[in-house]
Design a protein around this ligand. Structure first.
Ligand code: ZN
Length: 369
């Protein structure tokens, strides 16, 4: 009788309380996906997937969709729809994804039925539990800093003709590496740590081969008009404005001048472009967000003229398969800005700002809360 009573209690409990238990096939402690009833259907907050599987979740309100990256697979949920897209396959969750209070809720059937179909190597639904492989950690741990130019390629030349972009950005990169490694839980690798020539292709290859999570290219600007000044940040896309196109041409010139002229340019254009562009477009939004963080922090700290976050088609960003941006810290061709760029307390401001920009981006990206 007592046994029956407990059984009844258990049945009642599981009816009222439909939370999903996740067990890992390693020593990791089990997790619970909390559920709630909406219109008498069991739902869960999509962020539970971050807690249990370290999934990366981003919403794109412009496209009315929620992206979930889980075990390196990209799933797309369309708002006001019951469909989940995975590659060219569509799955029907029966119930629509629900948006409420800036949060997104998925029907529990997704966990029990659809996710184990999509990730059959990673998950299975067994005796009312989800049995899962250890989640893959997507947090930012490795950053490549890319001091532009170097060796035979001096980059922008100062108004005074005494300072070169290649020297200023190397100094900034070395100081930035130190600060990031001391204060953030990351490893920082430099595409060059001395005055040597590194081709644009080698720079992104270096980042890809070292599985970098972020790629940040450091530069100083130059302009025929020495009055022009200010800070700008670029992320990859086809160049949008004439001005962006001019900076793009200048930074890309290295291919023409130092890497074998027309032939080399053609190689870059044919070879990696389409594939790289596709790979990078996956990170376009993240690259923009990183760029925006950096630009805000830099302008706030230095009070330099805000030239904005821009899109351009840099060779050096094309091959990087990770969020990546190119920073232009200021114009060496401007008399005042040149003085600032070689001043150590101004450099400190630049470094602190980039540090803050990366730290804030990482915090959001890692979803540590
Ligand atoms: Zn440059």
């Amino acid at each position: 009788m007592k046994k029956l009573f407990f059984l009844l209690l258990l049945v009642l409990f599981s009816i009222v309380h439909a939370d999903v238990i996740v067990e890992y096939n390693t020593s990791l402690a089990p997790e619970i996906i909390k559920t709630i009833k909406i219109n008498s259907v069991d739902y869960f907050n999509v962020y539970e997937l971050n807690k249990t599987f370290k999934a990366k979740i981003s919403d794109d309100l412009l496209d009315q969709r929620v992206n979930v990256n889980i075990y390196h697979e990209q799933l797309i949920f369309l708002l006001d729809s019951s469909l989940v897209q995975h590659g060219s396959d569509y799955f029907n969750m029966t119930y629509n994804i629900i948006q409420s209070d800036g949060k997104y809720f998925l029907p529990v059937v997704f966990i029990k039925d659809i996710l184990p179909q999509i990730l059959s190597n990673m998950l299975k639904w067994e005796s009312n539990k989800l049995i899962a492989q250890t989640p893959i950690d997507n947090s930012i741990r490795r950053i490549v800093l890319d001091p532009g130019h170097g060796g035979k390629d001096p980059g922008a030349v100062g108004y005074s003709k005494k300072n070169f972009e290649k020297e200023v950005v190397l100094e900034l990169a070395l100081k930035l590496k130190k600060k990031l490694e001391q204060q953030l839980d990351v490893v920082v690798l430099l595409s060059r740590d001395k005055d040597e020539f590194v081709s644009l292709q080698q720079r992104t290859k270096f980042a890809n081969e070292n599985s970098a999570d972020l790629f940040i290219s450091l530069h100083c600007n130059a302009h025929r008009n020495s009055k022009i000044d200010g800070i700008e940040v670029y992320y990859l896309s086809t160049a949008k404005t004439d001005e962006a196109r001019a900076v793009e041409a200048m930074e890309n010139q290295v291919v023409y001048e130092y890497e074998g002229g027309k032939e080399a340019v053609k190689k870059y254009d044919d070879l990696a472009f389409i594939l790289a562009d596709m790979a990078q477009s996956e990170h376009l939004e993240e690259s923009f967000n990183l760029g925006a963080n950096l630009q805000t922090a830099l302008v706030n700290a230095t009070k330099a003229y805000n030239r904005g976050v821009k899109q351009a088609n840099f060779y050096v960003l094309r091959g990087a398969f990770m969020p990546s941006v190119l920073l232009e810290f200021g114009f060496l061709s401007n008399k005042e800005e040149e003085k600032k760029l070689i001043n150590s307390s101004y450099q400190e401001k630049l470094i602190d700002s980039v540090f803050i920009g990366i730290r804030d981006f990482k915090k959001k990206y890692d979803q540590m809360q």
